[in-house]
Design a protein around this ligand. Structure first.
Ligand code: ATP
Ligand code: MG
Ligand code: MG
Ligand code: MG
Length: 486
C-alpha cells in the first residue's frame, strides 16, 4: 500500500468517526520553545491548555515533523527519520481512553478490503503506563491482545510530554512484531527494533510546569479537560505495509536512496542483514543521504535557509551531511542536483507546493552544496596532514590547536572536524579548542573596546564569558532540547 493511500485511509477513517480533517501546520510554528514542530499535537497546544476553544471537539491531521534529536539514529535504526509525518487523532475534552483504544484497534485490524490496514492481530503488542490499570483493562476488554502482550512501562517510555513545559500525560503505545529475523523475542521492553513502535496514544490530562528530562518533570495540575492526542508514524506503518526492512526503503524515500546507490555504484543491501544492527556502513550512509535530502527539501520548502544558528544550522548540517556521505561513498561531483529532484518528485503528491516552489528550493540547496565543497576542498588536506602527524606522535587525540586552525583559517565547523577525525579513529581535544575560541573572542572584544575608548582597556578581562563555538553550541542545544522527547 502506497504511503499516500495509507494517509488517505487514516483521514477517511477518522472523518467517519466525527473528526474534522485539519491540514498540516508548517514545520516552523511560533512556539518559542521549539525549533520545529515535533509532534502532531503542537498546533493544537492552546486547545489542550484551555487557552483557546477549538471549533471542533475531534480533529485529525497528518502533521509534518522534524526531530533534530533523532539525527544520530538515522540509518542505524530502522525507524528514525529526521523528517517524518505523524498521523494524529485528537479529542478536546470529548472521548477518552476507551474510544482512543477502540479506534486504533479497528483501523489497524480491519481488513484492507474494508478500508483498514489489515495488520495481523497476533503481531500487535500494547504498553501502558505503570499505574494505569484502566488502560490495561480496556486493552484486554476491547481488543484481542492477551494480557501477556500488554506491558507496563515507566515514565521514560509511557509518559508523554513535549520535552518542554506544556500538556502531557500517561500514554499507551502499540508495537508491531516484525518477526524473529529482526531480533530477539520478548516484547518491546527487550527489543524495540524487532517490536517496532507504530502508534502512541496519549491521554493528555495534566499540565507540566517544568521539564528537566524525559523522566524528570513537575506536574502542576490537571488540564481543564481530559483529552486524547495520538501519533502514528506514517513512514513506520508504511514500512510494515510495504514489507520493507526500514523507513528509508518506503516508496516516499527509497527512490533517493536508489539514485544515490546508482551514482556511487553501491549495491545497497547486499552486505547487510535484516535487522538494523547488521547494517553495512555504506548502507547506513545511503540511508542518511535519503533521509537528509528529504528533510532538507521539506525544511527549505517551509522557509528555512542555511545559516550558522538555530534552524538554519540544522538545515546546513543536514545538507552537508548528505553531501559528505556521498563523498564517503565515492561520489565527488555536486550531488544534490541529482538527488533533490527525485525527492521532490516523490513528495509532491502530498505537498504540491514543493513542485511549484522547486526553483527557489533547489537554488538554496545547490548554493549551499557549492559553498561546502569550497570549504572541504580547502580544509580536507590540512585535516589529513594533521591526522598523520597526530598518529606519528603516537597520540589518539587531534590537538585543540589544529582544530582551531581548521576552523579559523579554513572555515571548518568543529563538528565537522570531530566527525572527520572520528572516521579516522581519532578524538579531538575539545576543551583546548574551546579555550582557543574563547581567547580569540576575548581578544576581539578587547580590541573593540580599546578602539572605542582609544586606549587599551584591561577591564574587559574581568568580563569573560564562556562562549563556546557558535555552530557547535547551536547544535548541542538543539539536540539536547530534542533528546528529552525520546
Ligand atoms: P521511538 O521510541 O521509536 O523513538 P517515540 O516514542 O520517540 O518513538 P513518539 O514521541 O511517541 O515517538 O511519537 C509518536 C509516533 O511517531 C511514534 O509512535 C512513531 O510511530 C513516530 N515517530 C517518532 N519519532 C519518529 C522518527 N524519528 N521517525 C519516524 N517516525 C517517528
Ligand atoms: Mg518510544
Ligand atoms: Mg512513543
Ligand atoms: Mg524517539
Amino acid at each position: 500500500m502506497e504511503t499516500a493511500e495509507i494517509r488517505r485511509r487514516w483521514l477517511t477513517f477518522f472523518e467517519k468517526k466525527g473528526h474534522t480533517v485539519v491540514p498540516s501546520a508548517p514545520l516552523i510554528h511560533d512556539d518559542p520553545n521549539l525549533l520545529f514542530v515535533n509532534a502532531g499535537m503542537v498546533p493544537f497546544k492552546p486547545y489542550f491548555l484551555g487557552q483557546e476553544t477549538p471549533q471542533w471537539q475531534r480533529a485529525t491531521s497528518v502533521q509534518k515533523c522534524v526531530r533534530t534529536g533523532d539525527i544520530e539514529e538515522v540509518g542505524k535504526t530502522s525507524r528514525h527519520g529526521t523528517f517524518f509525518q505523524m498521523n494524529g487523532n485528537f479529542s478536546f475534552g470529548d472521548y477518552f481512553k476507551k474510544d482512543a483504544i477502540r479506534f486504533a484497534w479497528e483501523l489497524l485490524t480491519t481488513s484492507q478490503d474494508e478500508g483498514g490496514y489489515g495488520l495481523d492481530p497476533d503481531r500487535l503488542w500494547a504498553t501502558v503506563y505503570e499505574d494505569d490499570d484502566e488502560a490495561e483493562r480496556l486493552w484486554a476488554e476491547y481488543t484481542a491482545i492477551p494480557l501477556e502482550r500488554i506491558v507496563r512501562r515507566g515514565k521514560k517510555d509511557n509518559y508523554w510530554h513535549m520535552g518542554v513545559a506544556g500538556p502531557g500525560g500517561p500514554c499507551s503505545e502499540i508495537f508491531y512484531d516484525r518477526g524473529p529475523e529482526y531480533g530477539q523475542e520478548g516484547g518491546p521492553a527487550v527489543d524495540e527494533d524487532r517490536y517496532m513502535e507504530i502508534w502512541n496514544l496519549v491521554f493528555m490530562q495534566y499540565e507540566l510546569s517544568e521539564v528537566r528530562s524525559k523522566e524528570d518533570f513537575d506536574v502542576s495540575g490537571p488540564l481543564p479537560a481530559q483529552n486524547v492526542d495520538t501519533g502514528m508514524g506514517l513512514e513506520r506503518i508504511a514500512s510494515v505495509l510495504q514489507g520493507v526492512d526500514n523507513l528509508y526503503e518506503i516508496d516516499e524515500v527509497y527512490p533517493v536512496l536508489a539514485k544515490a546507490a546508482e551514482m556511487t555504484g553501491k549495491n545497497y543491501g547486499a552486505q547487510s542483514g535484516h535487522s538494523a544492527g547488521e547494517s553495512h556502513p555504506d548502507d547506513v550512509r545511503l540511508r542518511v543521504v535519503a533521509d537528509h535530502v528529504r528533510s532538507s527539501l521539506m525544511l527549505i520548502g517551509d522557509g528555512v535557509t542555511p545559516g550558522n544558528e538555530g534552524r538554519g544550522y540544522v538545515l546546513r548540517r543536514m545538507l552537508r551531511r548528505a553531501v559528505r556521505s556521498m563523498r564517503l561513498l565515492g561520489f565527488d561531483e555536486p550531488a544534490l542536483p541529482h538527488l533533490l529532484p527525485v525527492s521532490m518528485d516523490r513528495m509532491k503528491q502530498s505537498y504540491p507546493e514543493l513542485e511549484t516552489g522547486f526553483d527557489r528550493i533547489s537554488k538554496i540547496a545547490y548554493a549551499e552544496e557549492e559553498a561546502f565543497r569550497r570549504t572541504l576542498a580547502a580544509g580536507t588536506t590540512i585535516l589529513d596532514t594533521a591526522v598523520v602527524r597526530t598518529r606519528e606522535q603516537g597520540s589518539g587525540v587531534l590537538s585543540g590547536d589544529q582544530a582551531f586552525q581548521l576552523h579559523d583559517t579554513y572555515g571548518f565547523p568543529i563538528d565537522l572536524t570531530l566527525e572527520m577525525a572520528e572516521e579516522q579513529g581519532l578524538a579531538v581535544d575539545r576543551e583546548g579548542f574551546t579555550r582557543l575560541m574563547q581567547e580569540q573572542r576575548d581578544r576581539a572584544k578587547a580590541d573593540a573596546k580599546a578602539k572605542k575608548s582609544g586606549h587599551a582597556n584591561t577591564e574587559v578581562w574581568k568580563d569573560l564569558r564562556a562562549a563556546g563555538e557558535t555552530d557547535f553550541r547551536a547544535w548541542q542545544e538543539l539536540t539536547s532540547e530534542a533528546k528529552v522527547i525520546g
